[in-house]
Design a binder for this molecule. Structure first.
Ligand SMILES: [Ca+2]
Length: 177
């Protein structure tokens, strides 16, 4: 599996391949900021100029801090194709309560196609949700096969006033198909 991805990238640059730790992924870093509490949204764009057919997508929310995970909807959107994937959506709401789970976030949270760890379950089991790799609520494989070029937008909505938080930065990793 990893071998075929590795081979696919060799046409780009042999030197670059040798020098890079994880050559099968192109890595992009987006900005952070405060998440508006109860209305509006935090949005940040990464503009990708490279053009290749996407294989795999990983998103990491870095230094992500919040005191009520059930307030939050986090989505990744590829603007040009209007493809939207929910990373998570108000964990625990409405099944657990109308406010969702009150668990805190403090750390780095990665979402990808291959983790079996359900973020919603982790949010229900931990007062402080551990940093780590999680499955996204909607599959990131929806983005497979589209062109990498364009605007990648992270959208965070805080749907209930009272508890708030912030994002340090975010990382987008795209592999070539
Ligand atoms: Ca809030």
């Amino acid at each position: 599996m990893s071998e075929s991805i590795f081979n696919a990238v060799t046409t780009i640059s042999r030197d670059e391949k040798v020098a890079t730790v994880a050559p099968e992924y192109s890595i992009f870093i987006g900005g952070g900021g405060n998440i508006p509490d109860g209305n509006g949204s935090f949005q940040d764009d990464i503009l990708v100029k490279e053009n290749f057919c996407i294989g795999d997508v990983k998103v990491t929310l870095q230094n992500f801090v919040h005191t009520w995970v059930g307030d939050l909807v986090v989505r990744l959107r590829h603007v040009e194709t209007n493809t939207v994937v929910d990373l998570f959506r108000r964990p625990g709401q409405p099944k657990f309560s109308s406010s969702g789970y009150c668990s805190d976030l403090k750390g780095d949270y990665s979402f990808n196609n291959y983790s079996n760890l359900d973020f919603e379950v982790a949010a229900g089991e931990h007062e402080l949700i551990p940093s780590g790799n999680y499955a996204s609520a909607q599959s990131l494989s929806t983005l497979g096969g589209i062109s990498s070029t364009g605007t990648w937008r992270l959208i965070i909505n805080d749907c209930s006033a009272g508890d708030s938080g912030s994002l340090g930065s975010w990382k987008l990793e795209l592999s070539k198909n």
